[in-house]
Design a protein around this ligand. Structure first.
Ligand code: ADP
Ligand code: ASP
Ligand code: MG
Length: 445
């Protein structure tokens, strides 16, 4: 069996966490490929190394002294080295970075150093082989991953039977320049690796016992999701359940490799299994009506009113074109007979909202346009909702009984999720109500 295991920032935040990682690795000989994030926060007062590196770069850009920040990073790694009795020449590593900071250091190179240094320390501590991600993960110039090249790179680097430790979050362009992924990208690195080595499972070790039915910062002690499909997870993580980066799903789902989310602080917990198809598991233990709830705040709803617009050929297309012209991506388009609305992230239109309205008025010759801000979208996701009549009635009835005004409703044809829009102020309350109705009181359904 081949297992690719990825450890998130909190799993490598201190020497104590490194020891937990070692126990996890030593307890299973199949855990061969190890991907690590940069050291995360080890307490409330602490900072994520990647955040500090981004801050250093901002200081460089504006010509502000950054040595205090840089020293915080240095001290963190020196502390880990000392506590674990490592031999790595960190002085040399930091000198290379520091010297470049006085020249023209690129943002991507600088922020990738967190993963690089963490992986170097971890490789030594685990007695594994360090392979630099810039020599494995190959990007094309358009930013896409070149899987074939990455696979060849990896094969050419593996030396002997030792475990392999690779930094997450970055790779290299064809000319060798380092390129980072988006924040949380180590999840993607692990997934790419799982794809290229044809892993039997991709274990993603973090600080929670799997994917929880709702965000633990909103619902206290939410239950763990035992099994979830890739598509359900895509919906949940796209809408904010960001325990796993949403781009980490595609590379493994392509090859049907299960993802297992696990807790470094509770390695005995089985966590969450993410599969292409959960029907076998569902036959043994029927899942809840809903698998998970997630959501995001701060959307704007732009409503275009025009008599009988639904009969007008090309009306919707003209409106969508305006948003495309302003490079604004659209979340949802609920429609009526004499109006339709376009839901977008407020941040995406903030600077151009008046221009967009003017263009819509001109191109659509409409009667009225309104913009409502401070809206939240919540995704209620569940494979069991499919073909279950009455599900929406139960949901809306519960929210009505709790005085929550639903402003938007959207359900995709595959029926695995219902998206509802409520005001920002009702966001947390709505998630708690749904959790309470469908999970806590699920026996009464
Ligand atoms: P890592 O550093 O290991 O990559 P992240 O911080 O990226 O970890 O993701 C784990 C965090 O995701 C948890 O600590 C939790 O606060 C948050 N989170 C948000 N929604 C959920 C959810 N539905 N289930 C589990 N964790 C969630
Ligand atoms: N260290 C990077 C970040 O903080 C990548 C990761 O942790 O996955 O975004
Ligand atoms: Mg993460």
């Amino acid at each position: 069996m081949i297992k690719v295991v990825k450890f998130g920032g909190s799993s490598v935040a201190s020497a104590t966490q490194f020891k937990k990682v070692k126990n996890i690795i030593d307890s299973d000989k199949d855990r061969i490929f190890i991907v690590t994030s940069a050291c995360g926060k080890s307490g409330n007062e602490d900072h994520k190394v990647t955040d500090l590196l981004y801050l250093c770069h901002a200081h460089i850009k504006y010509g502000v002294p950054f040595d205090d920040l840089f020293n915080m990073i240095y001290d963190k790694y020196m502390g880990i080295k000392k506590d674990l009795n490592l031999e790595i020449d960190l002085e040399k590593e930091f000198k290379i970075i520091r010297d470049l900071m006085d020249k023209d250091i690129s943002l991507d190179y600088l922020v990738s150093r967190g993963e690089y240094l963490t992986a170097k320390c971890l490789a030594e501590y685990l007695n594994g082989q360090f392979i630099d991600a810039s020599e494995v993960i190959a990007f094309n110039y358009n930013g896409e991953i070149n899987f074939e090249k990455s696979e060849q790179n990896l094969i050419s680097k593996i030396k002997n039977g030792r475990r392999i430790v690779i930094p997450g979050f970055y790779g290299a362009l064809p000319n060798g320049t380092i390129k980072v992924m988006s924040r949380g990208g180590s999840d993607i690195s692990g997934s790419i690796l799982a794809n290229i080595v044809n892993a039997d499972v991709y274990e993603n070790w973090t600080d929670v016992s799997g994917l929880l039915i709702a965000d633990p910062r909103i619902v206290s002690n939410p239950k763990t999701i035992n099994y979830i499909t890739y598509s359900e997870l895509r919906e949940l993580s796209y809408m904010g359940a960001n325990v796993l980066h949403d781009d980490a799903i595609f590379p493994v789902s392509q090859k049907n490799i299960p993802i297992n989310i696990r807790n470094t602080n509770k390695p005995e917990h089985p966590g969450t299994m993410i599969l292409n198809d959960c029907s076998k598991q569902d036959a043994i233990e029927p899942p809840h009506f809903i698998t998970g709830i997630s959501g995001k705040k701060n959307f704007s709803v732009i409503t275009i009113n025009k008599f009988q617009i639904s009969n007008e050929v090309g009306g919707l297309r003209k409106a969508l074109q305006v948003f495309e012209d302003f490079k604004v991506s659209i979340e949802s388009v609920p429609s009526g007979v004499d109006s339709f609305s376009i839901v977008v992230e407020t941040e995406a239109i903030e600077k151009v909202v008046y221009e967009i309205i003017a263009k819509l008025k001109k191109d659509l010759d409409c009667d009225n346009i309104t913009v409502i801000d401070k809206m939240a979208l919540i995704a209620v996701v569940g494979r069991s909702m499919r073909n279950k009549p009455g599900m929406s009635g139960l949901l809306f009835g519960e929210l009505g009984a709790n005085n929550i005004n639903i402003r938007i409703i959207n359900q995709a044809a595959d029926e695995i999720d219902i998206i509802i829009g409520v005001e920002n102020k009702d966001f947390e309350k709505t998630i708690r109500c749904i959790y309470d109705k469908f999970i806590t009181r699920s026996d009464s359904l």
